[in-house]
Design a protein around this ligand. Structure first.
Ligand code: SF4
Length: 371
């Protein structure tokens, strides 16, 4: 059955800033060391990309990530945000990623002036030794100071990133870092478990994450502790105060279309996924350089389940039916019935959701849908 005709423009936009002041030992994101002159050239290419793409002027969310968006100078940040003013008027959630060491009061004021109302700060750990090992040049105090500057500028919806399963990290260290993060009273917390990607400094040094058992214990402790402090788990790795769930990230998990702007970004629109070039020089020459993947109907159905079931409440059945013109039961009825009988999936009128047990073995559940 062909997909229902869908020609609306995406309502969500991700923009990737490819510069970082220093390179973290675990990172394989598209990034280059910040140089003012390269950033100016990147802004020129970005302006061209934005003018050539048909961008919805009524976006619901914008997310500026990286790289390190706040590695840009104040003047460059102003230029970047001015380019997005035309599509941020009705934005419900406008997020920027912040590295604590690069924040200034002037930058916080520029962000607020352009309507940014949410910041995601790379706290990662409060342990100086682990931060040093990761080649991150900030302290827990810097994170606190960055939060203060953002709050003083009026940006109070702040999320902190927290990393676990780091090499030689102990349970006590993750517990201490979690408590330090909680003491700063963020609205939202995102967890990242370390995976060693090839071509990173950690891989070159043959570093290993902590043991799998300890990693599971750390996750279990964090997931148990955060709700005690008022942060509900709404996705596998995300916890928020009530009403502070990330609208932008929920759009990914709801499998909605989104723009991917700038080098290293990916987007999805009308059944086509595109990956913009990760090569900055190539991007400077041709800001529309990208590879496209046409997603089959089956691919899209599976991806929608895969993303939706990351949410604690599960995948919204209504969205599936809206997108594909048929119910999830009519496509995956047998699999759902079997998994429901065995226990990892619970019956619900509105959601296709894992049980507590199913949430722990989500990858195994998804394999059943692949089959
Ligand atoms: S983790 Fe973030 S700040 Fe560190 S190198 Fe990667 S993109 Fe840059």
């Amino acid at each position: 059955m062909p997909l229902p005709e869908k020609t609306e423009l995406p309502e969500y936009l991700y923009l990737h800033v490819p510069f970082c002041c220093s390179i973290c030992a675990y990172c394989d994101f598209a990034h280059v060391a910040y140089r003012s002159e390269s950033a100016d050239r990147w802004l020129t290419a970005l302006r061209k990309e934005i003018s050539l793409k048909k961008i919805n002027s009524d976006l619901k969310t914008i997310y500026i990530g990286g790289g390190t968006p706040t590695s840009l100078s104040e003047c460059q940040l102003e230029t970047l945000l001015s380019m997005l003013d035309f599509c941020s008027r009705k934005t419900q959630e406008y997020t920027i990623e912040v590295n604590p060491e690069t924040m200034t009061e002037q930058k916080a004021a520029i962000l607020a002036n352009h309507g940014i109302n949410r910041a995601s700060i790379g706290f990662e750990s409060g342990d100086p030794g682990l931060l040093n090992l990761m080649n991150r040049h900030h302290t827990a105090k810097d994170t606190m100071h960055a939060m203060e500057m953002l709050r003083n500028a009026g940006i109070t919806n702040i999320s902190l990133d927290l990393m676990y399963s780091l090499p030689n990290q102990t349970m006590l260290q993750i517990q201490t870092s979690t408590m330090q993060a909680l003491a700063m009273k963020p609205a939202h917390l995102s967890l990242y478990s370390l995976t060693i990607e090839p071509h990173t400094v950690f891989a070159a040094k043959h570093m290993k994450p902590c043991s799998e058992d300890l990693e599971a214990d750390m996750y279990e402790w964090i997931a148990r502790t955060l709700p005690e402090y008022g942060y509900q788990q709404y996705e596998i790795s995300n916890f928020a105060e009530l009403g502070k769930e990330s609208v932008h990230n929920c759009a990914y998990w709801d499998y909605r279309d989104f723009y991917g702007i700038s080098t290293g970004a990916s987007g999805k629109q009308n059944g086509i996924r595109y990956d913009n070039t990760r090569d900055l020089n190539q991007y400077l020459e041709n800001p529309l350089c990208q590879t496209k993947t046409i997603l089959s109907r089956k691919d899209q159905m599976f991806e929608m389940i895969m993303m939706g079931m990351r949410l604690k409440q599960g995948m919204k059945k209504e969205l599936f039916a809206e997108r594909f013109g048929e119910s999830v039961e009519s496509v995956y009825g047998e699999t759902i019935a079997l998994l429901n009988e065995k226990g990892p999936i619970q019956k619900s009128e509105k959601y296709l959701a894992a049980t507590e047990y199913g949430y722990e073995i989500l990858n195994d559940i998804l394999e059943e849908f692949l089959d």
